[in-house]
Design a protein around this ligand. Structure first.
Ligand code: ADP
Length: 514
């Protein structure tokens, strides 16, 4: 049987477990791939949001460029008006200079709120050449350069004055971020993102959409186009990309692990069931051979003695009586066997009818013992009864109680040595139960087998006596089922080589049976 089970397990393993493990490995690797892809998509999205922030600063700078690149007289009132207007609307612009590149002269110089600052910067010839080239291709580029820690210079060539003149703007980047850019950043961030502007060298936050230093965590970064010393940072408000992606992957992983466990449990259950069914089939075939064996002996005896009697070969009357007695005894044994099998089959089909009534076990048990007297005597058993109670009222079927007790006593006789057989039957009163204990000094049952003796068709095969004694392996299973119908149970205490005690536990006065 073990080989068959092993074969079936192997086949199941090949059919289920291998494809499953292949599928799982594939799923796990796809998940990691997916996670990476999600991260990539997220990063691109966040980058494009930061791009739009940069785009906004470019728009502002372009507006300044357009308003300052007018064909007006340098230092004149119109120019002054334009500059004043720009100063008023943009506190971050600290100074504006117009340069004549050909003569290397400062044409005009303006300071916001009259606060003069020293400006030594002059665009390098190579830079001017580059900007002029751009201008020829119709691209009026604005360049930026850090002057000090807190000032930045923006400069461009004036298109309207043939690129021979340049305009310089001195900016305070911090004020630019806080005043000009912050409303736009807030709008872009909405409630979804944290966006920050921080110093790229020191890391100190210049501006953030939330007064929250969680931004120091995992954030996506991008340089600010016009402010080389600043960088933009962004992250999702609720969770970081990694957290979101790994949360999803984790959930999927748990589901996969759960699925694996369910499939493996299913597999285990299938194998376990096959094993059980095969064991039962084996036990059933053993049962058939056991029963045939058990029936054969009484049948042979009956037929032999009946034939001898019929042929009138028996000389004395005493012998004749002995033969008839044996026939009677053996046919009784046959009836017992057949009854047991019938009972079992009725129990199997739920067809056994019970006649419940209030029974006093204190009276019933001794009565049953009396009915078994001749059997006990023939088996040379010292059988005693003792009771701790005067009255032990239970709701039971007295015939079924008799069947159970006869079964237990029969076993006690069968599984005891030839000499000094002793059976103690005791009535013990417990809180809510009455116990009928049947103790013998027989061969006992090993703890390994104790777990199985109540299973149908189970018989102990180890040991000489257990092996030789005839039986069907149904008796104790019948007792167990019958006790269950009585609302009680059967228990066993036993020690190999010392004896066994079977205990029928009846609930006291329980009347609600089917
Ligand atoms: P069987 O017809 O084989 O006696 P049972 O269901 O009555 O079937 O018992 C199952 C097995 O339990 C027996 O084969 C026997 O090995 C063991 N057994 C039952 N009663 C006793 C006992 N009193 N002492 C030792 N072994 C017992």
């Amino acid at each position: 049987m073990i080989r068959t089970v092993a074969k079936i397990s192997l086949v199941l393993l090949v059919i289920v477990a291998l494809p499953l493990s292949f599928y799982l490995v594939r799923e796990f690797s796809t998940l990691t791939k997916n996670e990476k892809m999600v991260q990539r998509v997220f990063s691109t999205q966040l980058e494009s949001i930061l791009y739009s922030v940069n785009q906004y600063s470019e728009n502002v700078v372009n507006q300044w460029r357009q308003s300052l690149d007018q064909p007006v007289a340098p230092g004149g009132d119109v120019e002054k008006g334009l500059v004043d207007n720009l100063f008023q609307n943009n506190r971050s612009v600290l100074a504006i200079r117009f340069l004549d590149l050909a003569s290397h002269q400062v044409e005009a110089e303006y300071f916001n709120s009259g606060k003069a600052i020293r400006i030594d910067e002059w665009p390098a010839p190579a830079e001017i050449e580059k900007l002029q080239d751009y201008l020829k291709s119709n691209y009026q580029r604005v360049d930026s350069k850090m002057m000090t820690d807190s000032t930045l210079m923006l400069y461009f060539l004036q298109k309207n004055r043939e690129g021979e003149h340049a305009c310089q703007l001195v900016i305070n980047p911090r004020t630019f971020v806080l005043q000009t850019m912050s409303p736009q950043i807030q709008q872009i961030a909405q409630d979804l993102f944290f966006i920050s502007v921080s110093d790229s060298t020191s890391g100190s936050v210049v501006y953030s959409t939330e007064a929250n230093d969680e931004l120091a965590g995992k954030i996506e970064k991008a340089a600010m186009w016009y402010f080389p010393s600043y960088q933009l940072g962004i992250r999702l408000k609720a969770k970081t990309l990694e957290e979101l992606a790994s949360e999803r992957t984790q959930r999927d992983n748990y589901m996969l692990i759960g699925l694996t466990i369910v499939v493996l449990l299913g597999l285990y259950f299938v194998i376990w069931n096959i094993r059980k069914e095969m064991k039962l089939a084996e036990l059933k075939s053993e049962f058939v051979s056991n029963v045939s064996h058990e029936i054969r002996t009484p049948l042979a005896l009956i037929s032999m003695y009946a034939e001898t009697l019929l042929l009138k070969r028996v000389k004395t009357e005493a012998k004749q009586e002995e033969y008839l007695h044996t026939i009677h005894q053996e046919s009784g044994r046959l009836t017992d066997i057949v009854n047991r099998i019938l009972n079992f089959s009725r129990l199997e089909k739920n067809r056994l009818k019970y006649q419940f009534s209030m029974v006093d076990l204190g009276e019933l048990v001794p009565e049953i013992m009396v009915s078994m007297k001749s059997h006990l005597e023939a088996s040379q058993v010292d059988c005693r009864f003792s009771s701790q109670v005067d009255q032990a009222l239970v709701y039971a079927d007295s015939d079924v109680v008799k069947t159970m007790l006869v079964n237990l006593v029969d076993n006690a006789i069968k599984y005891s040595a030839e000499k000094d057989k002793k059976i103690d039957i005791r009535l013990v009163k417990k809180a809510k139960h009455v116990w009928v204990e049947v103790e013998d000094n027989g061969i006992g049952i090993s703890s390994k087998n104790q777990k199985h003796v109540f299973e149908q068709f189970f018989r102990v095969t180890e040991g000489d006596l257990a092996h030789k004694a005839k039986g069907s392996g149904l008796g104790l299973n019948l007792v167990k089922r019958m006790m269950k119908t009585h609302g009680g149970s059967v228990a066993l205490r036993s020690k190999l080589g010392e004896g066994s005690t079977f205990i029928l536990k009846f609930p006291v006065k329980k009347q609600n049976h089917a």
